[in-house]
Ligand binder design. Structure first.
Ligand SMILES: [Zn+2]
Length: 368
């Protein structure tokens, strides 16, 4: 029997720096296939209550780790080497950011995470979907801010997180803002994602700084300091409206809001949604959003993605090339993906173990 060498001609390739997902929820990677809501949600906050706040409440440190590991793996495979994560797990707060950091390090992607503090869980454990601005800081919010502080104090890449102003008291918003100032980082917060959070701008205005990440800004009527993270797929999925990012004076970057980390795909979607709004716009606009994200997370410029495509670095080519596939990913000179699969972790094993963790998580959700 003659053994012939593998002949592999995958055509002309091209390279780009690493991509950045500027707003991710690594805790939602195991959400696919989760139990559906017990009733039809009637509003955006109602949907959060019936779906996402059940998921985050069912998380343990183990499921957070596997969710982050699957999310990191899928990011790596898509050429997204930098993830800005926003985390919540109200029944497993302490140690959660370490679990996320460890999972990402093992896969080889970079992560900047934070815990999204919120007052929506009262001290007796009951859920309060709408929080009065004048109510005091809850124990849950205090623990969330402490988790951010612990992470930052240890010297890890992080931010200070707030869920959204409609689930936070003024006390908690003020404390998050002070903590961020102390560590010279920004606050990562959902802002006016749906009409129900339209007061966000007024409440955040005196605190917001240029380092802040303002996520969504669909129904924002004030001008706030910070970078706007546009999440077109998530906004369309939640039917919250179009954010019209080109009408804002702020720098704009792209996020997935937890729906994977394929930022080339997110950019293509952002482009066609932008064209629907303004047919005179060009792919360079969306390409600028990808570049802005690399300024936000400059380490992405040290990373290299090799695409099985001849002109991945050309915005006009990338905007219309669906399923542009990644051949190799190098993070700071170390190869983490080669021939379309991960090198530092076994892709099959991560997928199998995270599927097992997902089954256990979904079972726990039934009791939340
Ligand atoms: Zn989000």
């Amino acid at each position: 029997m003659t053994v012939t060498a593998e002949v592999r001609d995958i055509g002309e390739m091209s390279t780009t720096p690493g991509l950045v997902n500027a707003h991710h929820h690594l805790y939602s990677s195991l959400a696919r296939g989760m139990p559906g809501p017990r009733m039809q949600p009637t509003s955006f906050p109602h949907m959060l209550e019936l779906v996402w706040w059940r998921l985050d409440a069912a998380h343990t440190l183990d499921s957070i780790y596997w969710s982050a590991k699957l999310g990191a793996l899928e990011a790596a495979l898509a050429g997204t080497t930098c993830i800005i994560d926003h985390h919540e797990s109200p029944r497993a707060i302490e140690g959660s950011l370490d679990a996320i950091r460890r999972a990402c390090e093992e896969v080889g992607v970079r992560v900047r995470t934070c815990y999204g503090a919120t007052d929506r869980w009262a001290d007796d454990g009951s859920l309060h979907p709408k929080v009065s601005p004048l109510s005091g800081m809850t124990k849950g919010a205090r623990l969330g801010l402490e988790e951010c502080e612990r992470h930052l104090r240890a010297g890890h890449d992080g931010m200070v997180g707030l869920h959204a102003s409609f689930t936070c008291s003024d006390d908690t918003i003020g404390a998050a803002s002070e903590l961020a100032e102390r560590f010279k980082v920004g606050v990562h917060v959902h802002v006016a994602e749906a009409i129900d959070d339209a007061s966000a701008g007024a409440r955040l205005q005196r605190h917001a700084r240029k380092e802040w990440l303002l996520v969504h800004a669909v129904h924002l009527s004030e001008s706030l300091a910070g970078t706007i993270v546009h999440n077109p797929r998530s906004n369309m999925n939640n039917a919250v409206g179009y954010a019209k990012p080109t009408t804002r004076p702020n720098d704009v970057v792209l996020g997935s809001d937890g729906i994977g980390s394929d930022m080339a795909e997110e950019a293509r979607l952002a482009y066609v949604r932008l064209r629907e709004f303004d047919p005179s716009s060009t792919p360079e606009v969306v390409d600028r959003w990808l570049t802005n994200a690399r300024h936000l997370f400059p380490a992405a410029l040290l990373d290299r993605v090799t695409w099985r495509s001849p002109r991945a670095d050309d915005p006009w080519f990338a905007a219309f090339t669906t399923a542009m596939r990644v051949e190799r990913v190098e993070v700071d000179g170390r190869t983490i993906v080669d021939r379309g699969t991960t090198l530092l972790v076994d892709e099959t094993e991560v997928r199998r173990k995270s599927a097992e963790a997902a089954r256990r998580l979904h079972q726990r959700m039934e009791n939340v």
